[in-house]
Design a protein around this ligand. Structure first.
Ligand SMILES: [Fe+2]
Length: 303
């Protein structure tokens, strides 16, 4: 099993999108039976189940669901027929068969970039044909690998205009999901990558992006991680959020990690310790049940 990154990964990491080649996608775990096995061995209450509408101008929100009664095989059938996006967060912790894959991915990043790769978190994403993930950004670093199907990912410049600092701060403070206000005109500034099995990529922290599946079920691995720099940046944004709400200041993201960022990050760590902040909890309530008897496999729970 291998994941290969370009020769210039050490010098271009953190400032440019890097493309990888891999053969992790050859694993039987990503065939239908393997996916059903993963879902049956993953704690159902941890499974993230989402559905997204059309991408339109402004802030696009998503709906969160649950699948309390279905088997893994039934969930895969629902994904093939519906408009569903599944996220098995920290899957390698709960399903040991994924651990060698997680190690291969994160060790490859560490070797290629020369950075210590911390807070390793491998998620399995299983999504319906034509589903799109709205314009958003992620707080940790992410490497995305394609196991099955085909998708396009639009990567946008990391600029205040496209990803306002106050939004990033709210995401860090868990006041909102990762979605950002979208404008169609932003697409003119995007670089579009087509991902097929055997491919992968990683991008600079906080870089906005959106994803569109081709007309086929998709299986991808989302590998979240932190380097020392990305960890400092995420915590500095936490402190910036506190400053923005408690003072007249409008602090912006500083691309260069220096003494000020480190001091802000240290303050954030102390603040979180006092606030006894737990793991990230979605601010979006569960409003639908995955139901294979419905045409689109979604049954609204309320209203
Ligand atoms: Fe993302």
């Amino acid at each position: 099993m291998y994941v290969n990154w370009p020769d210039h990964s050490d010098t271009h990491f953190g400032s440019e999108v890097l493309l990888a080649q891999q053969n992790v996608s050859m694993s039987d775990l990503f065939e239908d039976d393997g996916l059903a096995h993963l879902l049956d061995h993953y704690p159902r209450e941890k499974l993230g189940i989402w559905t997204f509408g059309e991408e339109s101008e402004g802030l696009n929100s998503s709906l969160r669901g649950r699948a309390s009664k279905l088997s893994g095989k039934e969930i895969i059938d629902a994904v093939k027929r519906g408009q569903i996006w599944l996220n098995m967060r920290q899957a390698s912790v709960d399903v040991p068969e994924l651990m060698p894959i997680a190690d291969t991915i994160f060790d490859s990043l560490q070797d290629a970039t020369g950075r210590k790769i911390r807070k390793r978190d491998l998620s399995v994403l299983i999504s319906s044909p034509n589903v799109q993930v709205h314009y958003h950004l992620d707080i940790p670093m992410v490497a995305l690998f394609q196991m099955r199907g085909e998708k396009r990912i639009w990567m946008y410049p990391r600029e205040e205009r496209l990803a306002p600092s106050d939004y990033i701060e709210d995401i860090v403070h868990m006041k909102r999901e990762e979605e950002l206000p979208y404008r169609k005109a932003y697409d003119d500034e995007a670089t579009v990558y087509t991902l097929r099995p055997g491919m992968g990529l990683t991008w600079p922290q906080f870089m906005p992006h959106r994803v569109q599946n081709a007309n086929c079920m998709n299986v991808s691995l989302s590998s979240e991680y932190q380097t020392l720099n990305s960890f400092v940046q995420a915590n500095a944004m936490y402190t910036n959020g506190l400053l923005r709400s408690a003072t007249p200041l409008s602090p912006a993201l500083n691309d260069n990690v220096g003494p000020v960022s480190v001091a802000k990050a240290a303050f954030a760590r102390a603040h979180k310790a006092v606030a006894r902040r737990g793991p990230r909890v979605s601010p979006t309530p569960v409003t639908f049940e995955l139901d294979t008897t419905r045409e689109n496999c979604v049954r609204q729970l309320y209203g």
